[in-house]
Design a protein around this ligand. Structure first.
Ligand code: ADP
Ligand code: MG
Length: 603
């Protein structure tokens, strides 16, 4: 052991880099964030070999003055906050003043920048060690270009962890996608080895290019399969899009959540979203969404993670419940409940509201346009309602025969014509042909009914012949004991036997088949993580879904016309009737225009 000594600056920075920089995408993230903080309206990212060889980020932001250049690469030097009070209400993406020195210490970094007042640009390089050499004059328009060469060339251990060029590029692409969604008003371009991958124009005031951006980044299907969301309560504002459950994915790769314009991966948030989808998503499928949450800056702590991926909400419970309720309601509304909207929904672009100074930009939502073509077929399940405040005078879509003015005729799903293949019900609606998957629809209705009955009725409980003794840690047993009331309401009779043991004496009758010990353990885990539990509800819903599935109309059963009509009316009355319990659609519509197009009539 040697004596205590202060570490040299470069090593300090390399240690910090361990937290902030782990691969090219994290470098790109820090550089883009800096450009955004500098007020850039155009950012160009250019990579070589997945960013391992070279990352260049060029912006047209406000630039850095000559005197400040050495400070930009000095540790704990920032232009973004000055006091603790600033830290508690950060409105910029950066504030720690450690990204540039960290990156410089594990690569070859060069900055070239010109602020608007300067006669020309200045260039400086740094390796994160001592003060960088004096800036040298350079040519550059107002703005900044930062080049990072040979990432981890001096940290072999880290370099070993870099994957193939293709993998690193994929990470950067996903990062750029996130940033591009976070700030649709900024033009963003990504090139790799001289090939252009994204060239995204800024969302203009007409709002239409936001759709273009969504299409470019997430694909047409996402746009056509999404419901727009807009909600506000208790000082929180939420807007964005959630994909209909039928569009669920096998990976959670289309989940974008932004808090005050910041890309956030947060357990509380994803839990709330998952919860909102729980009834309508097949197990193992992942919802797709792009959601923007605005929270008063003082209600959220962004200083909890060096790379700032996570945030801490001061009122976590409130945020969770707000998200859950907004999304759950939106998904439940589906489209039947509010009437079958006509196809070719008018594009009523909403302006992008410029954020007041100091506030993160907030982009207003807009109704998505369901374009013609094959996508329109799928989109016909559900169409965007005009967001509150949308121009009510906006003309209804052209060529819209038979659609009632408010979009809700007496029988949105129309009247039965007959049965096809013993599987589908065909119905004539005011504006098209409706095709219903009988089994899926019936299953959904049955499930919702059972659930409502269970929720309203007295919860029947089943005493266990032999109480099940569950061994817990004393802390877990304490937790269970302090929630006896809650557990009781959920139908679980529990008593404490010893410091580290409890007995389960009663379970909800409907959950007789469930392992009481596992249920209790899961409940306690939920209580620890969330402070409440949806677990029993999940379990119950699972059981109800199974019952509904077995009890529903089997394919090939012949229905009478009155029975078919009864099914249609039931669907209109039922929440979430748009998709079956496995997230498949229960009905589709072929509008008159669609039919006309198929037969090449008119037009
Ligand atoms: P932070 O972003 O936390 O302040 P950084 O190390 O990322 O720390 O950047 C240090 C400083 O350099 C910033 O505070 C900012 O003043 C300046 N800076 C960095 N990148 C840019 C840029 N692209 N345009 C203008 N200024 C920049
Ligand atoms: Mg920064």
């Amino acid at each position: 052991m040697s004596r205590i000594h202060a570490l040299p600056p470069q090593l300090i920075n390399q240690i910090a880099a361990g937290e902030v920089v782990d691969r090219p995408d994290s470098v790109v993230k820090e550089l883009i964030e800096n450009s955004l903080d500098a007020g850039a309206t155009r950012i160009e990212v250019d990579l070589e070999r997945g960013g391992i060889k070279r990352i260049r980020v060029r912006d047209n932001g406000r630039g850095i003055e000559r005197e400040d250049l050495p400070l930009a690469v000095a540790r704990h030097a920032t232009s973004k906050i000055a006091t603790l009070s600033d830290l508690e209400a950060v409105s910029t993406l950066g504030f720690r003043g450690e990204a540039l020195p960290s990156i410089a210490s594990v690569s070859r970094l060069e900055i070239c920048s010109r602020d608007a007042a300067a006669e020309h640009a200045w260039r400086v390089w740094s390796d994160g060690s001592e003060a960088p050499p004096d800036p040298a004059p350079a040519a550059h328009p107002t703005g900044t270009t930062i080049e990072v060469h040979d990432l981890f060339f001096n940290v072999p251990a880290r370099r070993k962890f870099l994957r193939t060029e293709k993998t690193e590029l994929a990470h950067v692409e996903q990062l750029v996608r996130r940033m591009a969604l976070a700030r649709p008003e900024v033009a963003l371009r990504l090139d790799h080895n001289g090939r252009n991958l994204f060239d995204l124009r800024p969302a203009d005031a007409a709002g239409t290019t936001i759709v273009a951006r969504l299409r470019a980044l997430l694909g047409d299907a996402f746009v056509e399969q999404s419901l727009s969301v807009e909600d506000a309560a208790v000082g929180l504002q939420l807007h964005g899009w959630v994909a209909r459950p039928a569009f669920a994915r096998s990976q959670g790769d289309m989940q974008f959540f932004f808090v005050n314009g910041r890309v956030v991966r947060d357990k509380l948030v994803s839990h709330a979203v998952r919860q909102a989808y729980q009834d309508v998503l097949h197990h193992g499928r992942h919802p797709a969404y792009v959601l923007y949450l605005q929270v008063p800056p003082r209600q959220v702590d962004v200083n909890v993670h060096p790379a700032k991926h996570e945030v801490r909400f001061r009122e976590g419970r409130q945020v969770h419940d707000f998200l859950f309720r907004s999304l759950h309601r939106r998904l439940a509304e589906g489209s039947v409940a509010r009437g079958v909207a006509p196809m070719g929904f008018p594009t009523a672009p909403r302006e992008v509201r410029e954020a007041p100074a100091g506030e993160a930009p907030y982009q207003r939502p807009f109704p998505l346009r369901c374009t013609d073509g094959p996508g329109a077929y799928a989109a016909a399940f559900d169409l965007q309602r005009p967001p509150p405040g949308a121009d009510p005078a906006a003309p209804p879509p052209a060529e819209q025969p038979g659609a009632s003015e408010d979009g809700s005729s007496a029988a949105p799903l129309g009247y039965a014509l007959g049965q096809l293949n013993g599987v589908y019900v065909l119905a004539q609606a005011s504006d098209g042909l409706i095709v219903v998957d009988m089994h899926a629809a019936h299953e959904r209705i049955g499930y919702e009914r059972l659930k409502a009955a269970w929720e309203q009725g007295e919860l029947r409980r089943q005493p266990l012949l032999v109480p099940v003794v569950v061994h817990l840690s004393p802390a877990e047993a304490d937790l269970a004991e302090s929630h006896l009331g809650l557990l009781d309401r959920l139908g679980l009779g529990i008593s404490r036997l010893a410091e580290d043991r409890v007995a389960v004496r009663e379970v909800p009758a409907i959950l007789q088949a469930v392992d009481p010990e596992q249920l209790l353990r899961d409940l306690i885990a939920d209580l620890l993580a969330e402070g409440n539990s949806e677990r029993v509800r999940d379990e119950v819903n699972g059981v109800l879904a199974t019952i509904a599935c077995h009890g529903s109309v089997r394919a090939n059963r012949r229905l009478t016309l009155p029975e078919m009509n009864a099914l249609l009316r039931d669907m209109e009355r039922t929440e979430r009737a748009d998709q079956c319990n496995h997230g498949r659609p229960t009905w589709i519509k072929l509008s008159h225009q669609e039919l006309d197009r198929l037969f090449m009539r008119g037009r």
